[in-house]
Design a protein around this ligand. Structure first.
Ligand code: CDP
Length: 203
């Protein structure tokens, strides 16, 4: 069984996926963390984030550890996870995610994982696992999402909202909901409320 949970930036995908995966007793995988890891390695190498030929050689040691409690990304034995949610990675990641060869590399990592699993990102239900049995798509207004993310970033809410809206715009191509996905507006719901809504649909 594969469950896909896609959605716009900061719609709560990772927390919801972790909760659903723990309730089901299966791992979840965050595709965004892989795009973030490529971005971090590119920034640290001083690379042009639009240049596949420079980025791809940096990825040979990258490994995703899909724990239900929270994914970790390793590079040659070093844990990158704590550095993947900085404002500079936020600002560069959509450029990296627009490169077809990088998308292919991420897709290959994900498809190599054994089911059952919960997969979260933008294109899990459309592109990576189109045959998934259960698909969800999370939305919320930009302001609600910015208010949530302000708890995890140093910037103020208007600056975070502007950055999220810009990232949504850059991510438009890969962010269309699957036609067979159930769309959930998470605005009026608590985190547990979203998790429970998904679990009810899975029963
Ligand atoms: O948590 P948040 O929604 O802010 O971001 P994320 O899920 O970690 O994704 C970070 C970035 O990776 C997105 O803004 C997209 O540019 C890219 N991404 C993508 O293109 N396709 C995916 N399946 C997942 C993420």
């Amino acid at each position: 069984m594969i469950v896909t949970i896609d959605g716009v930036a900061a719609s709560g995908k990772s927390s919801v996926s972790s909760g659903v995966a723990q309730a089901l007793g299966v791992p979840y995988v965050s595709s965004g963390l892989l795009y973030r890891a490529v971005t971090l390695l590119g920034l640290n190498a001083g690379a042009d984030l639009a240049d596949a030929a420079t980025l791809l050689p940096l990825l040979s040691g990258v490994r995703l550890e899909p724990l239900a409690s929270g994914n970790r990304v390793w590079n040659a034995g070093a844990d990158l996870t704590a550095d993947l949610h900085s404002t500079r990675v936020d600002a560069g990641v959509s450029t990296v995610a627009a490169i077809p060869q990088i998308r292919q590399w991420v897709d290959d990592q994900l498809r190599a994982l054994p089911a059952p699993l919960v997969a979260e990102g933008r294109d899990m239900g459309t592109n990576v696992f189109p045959y998934a049995q259960h698909k969800f798509y999370l939305t919320a207004s930009p302001r609600v999402r910015a208010e949530r993310r302000a708890k995890e970033r140093p910037e103020d809410i208007p600056a975070i909202e502007a950055a999220l809206t810009e990232r949504d715009r850059q991510d438009t191509t890969q962010s269309a909901p699957a036609p067979d996905a159930r769309v959930i507006d998470t605005g009026p719901l608590t985190l547990q409320g979203v998790i429970d809504t998904i679990l009810e649909h899975l029963r």
